[in-house]
Write a protein that binds this ligand. Structure first.
Ligand SMILES: Cc1cc2nc3c(=O)[nH]c(=O)nc-3n(C[C@H](O)[C@H](O)[C@H](O)COP(=O)(O)OP(=O)(O)OC[C@H]3O[C@@H](n4cnc5c(N)ncnc54)[C@H](O)[C@@H]3O)c2cc1C
Length: 325
């Protein structure tokens, strides 16, 4: 069904979520679209268990907790989340824009704010897991508790594979890391930490088959070891942490000025197209610093300018939230 909003935000990373808060604060109806199944952008996909030390107001905050805080902050304004949906086509129409999502749904809006970060993430595939995504295989872990008491096999040799081992080890029945090379890409310190926990690491090895239980659930995986004997590992879940590729994809064909895989904006975060704004990692201007803190400021600037574009009688300054009821 096609829908209509004051503002559509493309990207539910930290910038998009904070922009949604500001849109609510400004009384705008909004939808937040993201191709990932969970909000949080790069933080959720790549480092949910890491501590972040440079977000104002937090001496240290775990990535997952920052995202939850952003989701809680916007919750009173009830954004329409369209997760697992990709923004494909943007057209200018009388009084605003029309955004077409994969699947053909069309969202009409007075304005669009592109907070697409480094673009759409595509997880690097684990060929043996074809057909198992969502049935035992995940690329990142939205909720650790789902894996409590499970046998988990983590595939990969980078930082995120080791992050998942650290996070899952205290609650899972077992965690085994399988990596196809002898050397890891992850930082030496985290490799040491995971090794110190006694997590089993099988290197020079590949997961070759997912073994189905009679009830259709995942029961085990078969692992082939280079120059060695293969084995079957019990597995209720496989975390295929092989990394992501990111690509602006369709956004590059929307007639926007693209500068080094980002969108050129002015000091109001407006692009060259009317009613089309950008903020966060995806927005480019001289002196840009790509950080969460920067995205938060740009989100506030963008949404307050959008409020005026939608209603020229509105004030640019939103008032202080501390004065709100
Ligand atoms: C390992 C790592 C550690 C980091 N540590 C820090 C740190 O300590 N401090 C710090 O400030 N920054 C850090 N960063 C950078 C920080 O994560 C980014 O600056 C921040 O995530 C940018 O937020 P964003 O919302 O602009 O974009 P993103 O987080 O990239 O979110 C963009 C969202 O848009 C979605 N999207 C893109 N295209 C489409 C489309 N066509 N349709 C639908 N959805 C789409 C994507 O799926 C994504 O969810 C780190 C980054 C990495 C990778």
């Amino acid at each position: 069904m096609d829908s209509s909003y004051d503002l559509v935000i493309i990207g539910a990373g930290p910038t998009g979520l904070f922009a949604a808060y500001y849109a609510g604060f400004r009384g705008l109806s909004m939808a937040v679209v993201d191709s990932l199944p969970e909000p949080g952008g790069q933080v959720t996909a790549m480092y949910p268990e890491k501590m972040i030390f440079d977000v104002g107001g937090f001496a240290a905050v775990r990535g997952r907790d920052l995202v939850q805080g952003l989701v809680d902050q916007v919750e009173p304004w009830q954004p329409a989340y369209l997760l697992g949906r990709k923004a494909e086509k943007l057209e200018s129409v009388d009084g605003g824009v029309e955004l077409t999502l994969d699947g053909g749904e069309v969202l009409r809006a007075g304005a669009v704010l592109i907070t697409a970060g480094i673009g759409e993430f595509t997880p690097r595939p684990l060929p043996a897991g074809d057909g198992w995504l969502g049935r035992g295989m995940v690329h990142f872990v939205p909720s650790l508790q789902v894996h409590a008491g499970q046998h988990v096999v983590v595939v990969g040799g980078g930082d995120s594979a080791f992050d998942w081992c650290l996070a899952l080890h205290p609650i899972a029945a077992s965690v085994t890391l399988v990596h196809r090379r002898a050397k890891f890409r992850a930082a030496e310190s985290i490799v040491r930490e995971v090794r110190g926990l006694g997590v089993r690491m099988i290197t020079d090895a590949e997961v070759t088959r997912f073994v189905e239980a009679p009830d259709g659930e995942l029961a085990a995986v078969e692992v082939a070891v280079k120059n060695g004997e293969g084995e079957q590992l019990p597995a209720n879940a496989v975390v295929a942490a092989l990394g992501f590729t990111a690509d602006l994809g369709p956004i590059e064909s929307w007639g926007l000025e693209i500068d080094h895989r980002a969108i050129s904006v002015d000091s109001t975060m407006a692009t060259a197209r009317p009613r089309v704004y950008a903020a966060g990692d995806v927005a480019a201007y001289p002196g840009k610093v790509k950080l969460i803190a920067t995205g938060f400021g740009e989100a506030a600037t963008a949404v307050n300018n959008i409020a005026v574009a939608l209603d020229p009688e509105a004030h640019l300054f939103p008032g202080h939230s501390s004065n709100a009821e």
